[in-house]
Structures are given as C-alpha cells and as structure tokens.
Write a protein that binds this ligand. Structure first.
Ligand code: PMP
Length: 386
C-alpha cells in the first residue's frame, strides 16, 4: 500500500487540452475490473489515493489507463482530454500482484516506479547474461547477513572483472531506502549489476569506462519466516547438473536452474537436486544437506556450488551448538538412506526435504536437526540483522 499511495500522491491530474475522441488500440488499453474495487469519482477528487484515470465518454467505465502511463509515446495522449477524464479511486487494498506492479525500484541511482525503469536492449546483462546478483532477506524491516552478501557480491564482480560501481555504504543505504519506500517488513531485496550497455551486441567487452547497470528491487513477503512448507518439508527430484563450471559466481545465467525447477514442478515436486558424477552438488537455488549418523553432511566449497551465505551461517551455528559437520560429497543413494535432508537459502532459510525421487527420507516428515537449525538460524540472524 505505501508504494501505491506514494506513487498516487505524487501524480497530478492530467492537464486540460487535447483533441476530440480517439479510439485506443485495444492492446494498449489495460483493462481493469468494471465493478469495485474501482469507483468513479468526480475529477476534483484526483489526488492522494487516486491511482487511475478513466475515459468515460459518458459510458460505463471500461477504458482505464494506469496513472503511470498517462502519456502516449512520451506525449500526452489526446484521449486524455480533461473533460472526459475522471479519477478511479481504489476502495480496496491492492492485491499482491497489483502491489508488486507498483513497486519503487532502483536503477542507476534513481528511485522510480518499476513501470518507468528502462534498461537498454544492448545491456550486457540482457544479451550476454553478463551480470551478477545478490538476494538479501529482510525480517522485521532489517537486512539478514548483509555483510556476507556484500562480500560475495564483490567476489562475483571480481571474478567477472566488472567494476564495482558503489561502496558498501551506498548499497546499504539503497537497500534501506527501497525497504522504506516500499513499506517492506518481511521480504527480499534483489540487486543486480551488469557490465552495462555495450552499445551493440559484441563478445568483446565494452570500454572499461562503461558504467555498470545497477538494478535493485524488493519483494514483499509478509510472514516469510513462517513458511507453512516448513511443517511438511519439500520433495525433490534429481537431475543432471549441466550448468557451467563456475557455479561459485552468482551470475544471472539461470536458464538451466529455471528449466530444472520447471521439470520438478511438472513431476509434482517442489525442486530439483542437481547431480554430477554421481554426487549431489546443490539444489536449483539452494545448498543441499543430509543428516546421517548424527552428522550434518554438505558438499565442500569449490567452483561446483554457490557459496551460500545461509550455508556459511548455518554451518557456523551448527558448530557452535556442537553439532557434528562434515563437508564432503554425498551420493543420491546416501541421501535417500539418510535420517534427514534439508536445504538452505536466503529466502527459504533452513527447509526440510522429505522425499528425493521415489525415496522418503527418514520418517518422511521434517526431522529434528533441520528444525533446530532453522530455529537457531532465525534467532541468530534476527539478532545480527541491520
Ligand atoms: N545455490 C544456488 C545455486 C543458489 O542459487 C542459491 C541462492 N541464490 C544458493 C545456493 C543459496 O545461497 P544463499 O544462502 O546465499 O541464498
């Protein structure tokens, strides 16, 4: 709601003028519900809380133009003749989808509505997957393990030889400002840095002084730490790990993980664990663990897996709680025979895995080690959040 209201409050009523009636190409006219939640108000109600204009033409309300788009190819569309424009006043809160569509995002130093954030088609992130990213969780309005994400960001940038355009304080300030502008208490902040706009598609890097493109946006996830999946656990399939050999770099080249996730969904499962040379590497977007003979086992750090920020924290907390940890490879068969399995990531924290392919893990229910680690992780991370 805050972003929505803030956006609306900043907008002015469209200026009078323009020519007579015109018909808008149907594909350019966003359709909104005719009935509530929209309500037609006299034009002088335009202001705070009013987010859409409607062309009535004396008829039922059916042509609506989102307020952000009251221009046409950069100029005011003639259909927005003030005499024919009324305001639409929102009478119910925006749905999650609508709220997401009105986020304020960050683009190269500017805080703007997401509908106005534009990046060149020649941006290296778009045509070459030449970009790195971070996702930081937010609980109680505070960033979880922000220094860890900053350290990995700089490592990824270094491995890609992309200039780091901002310092840590500027990233922190931008994250916080986005949380404030979007009214986020629980959710996530996405940060992406590409090599910038190369001016054309070219395998050769653009000149060194090309400014990297910096994009940040938020997701609002109220109650994120109370994910009901924690009670049931998730079920995974296994798939070959055919990603490139530098999975330690958090790059936006995510086509295969995304395809693997879709394959899992098609099989009625939640996710996929990726397997290379008979050993589990990690999940599509998380690190993978088993618990066998009282020991937590997870693959050691290398170029084969992403160095999860949550992984680092969870292993540290496990150690502090005197739980036994082994960082080594494990097979699918070993995982299927384990007492417990779980994953970690910034958005899922610690999440039990109760089935791998056709095998139920342990009792087929979330196990005590994963539950305890989740508890400790959330407690400690909240304490150190900034
Ligand atoms: N592995 C992969 C492949 C991932 O994409 C992610 C999440 N981005 C993780 C592991 C977990 O990393 P983190 O705990 O830093 O979110």
């Amino acid at each position: 709601m805050p972003a929505f209201a803030a956006g609306a409050a900043n907008e002015q009523a469209p200026a009078a003028g323009g020519s007579g009636p015109v018909s808008l190409p149907p594909e350019r006219v966003p359709r909104l519900p005719r009935a509530p939640p929209w309500e037609c108000l006299p034009r002088d109600h335009i202001g705070r809380g009013v987010d859409h204009f409607c062309l009535t033409g004396g008829q039922a309300v059916n042509l609506c133009i989102p307020k952000m788009r009251d221009t046409w190819n950069g100029e005011r569309h003639p259909a927005l003749d003030a005499s024919r424009v009324v305001a639409h006043h929102r009478v119910t809160p925006p749905s999650a989808h609508e709220a997401a569509m009105t986020r304020t995002v960050y683009l190269n130093g500017d805080y703007i509505p997401e509908t106005e954030a534009k990046v060149s088609i020649f941006d290296r992130g778009f045509v070459m997957g030449d970009a790195i990213y971070e996702v930081t969780a937010v609980l109680d309005g505070k960033l979880i393990d922000f220094p860890g994400h900053m350290a990995r960001l700089k490592r990824s940038l270094g491995e890609f030889s992309i200039r780091n355009p901002l310092d840590d304080d500027a990233y922190l300030a931008a994250h916080r400002k986005l949380l404030e502008l979007n009214g986020i208490t629980d959710g996530m902040v996405y940060l992406q840095i590409s090599r910038g706009n190369g001016g054309d598609r070219d395998f050769v890097f653009p000149p060194e002084d090309t400014p990297p493109t910096v994009v940040m946006f938020t997701w609002n996830k109220p109650g994120m730490a109370d994910n009901p999946l924690t009670q049931t656990g998730i079920r995974v399939i296994t798939l070959p790990d055919i990603r490139w050999k530098r999975r330690d770099i958090k790059s936006v080249m995510l086509a295969y993980p995304s395809m693997a996730k879709m394959q899992a969904k098609a099989a009625g499962r939640d996710d996929a664990w990726l397997v290379e040379d008979g050993f589990v590497t990690e999940g599509t977007s998380n690190n993978a663990y088993i618990v066998a003979n009282g020991t937590i086992v997870t693959r050691a750090l290398s170029h084969d897996i992403l160095h999860g920020i949550t992984r680092a924290a969870v292993l540290r907390f496990a150690d502090e709680a005197q739980m036994k940890v082994e960082e080594r490879n494990f097979t699918v068969a070993e995982a299927q025979a384990a007492d417990e399995a779980f994953i970690t990531s910034s958005s899922m924290f610690v999440m039990p895995v109760v089935q791998i392919d056709d095998a139920e893990i342990g009792t087929g229910k979330p196990g005590p080690v994963a539950a305890r680690l989740r508890e400790i992780y959330l407690e400690e991370s909240r304490k150190s959040a900034i």
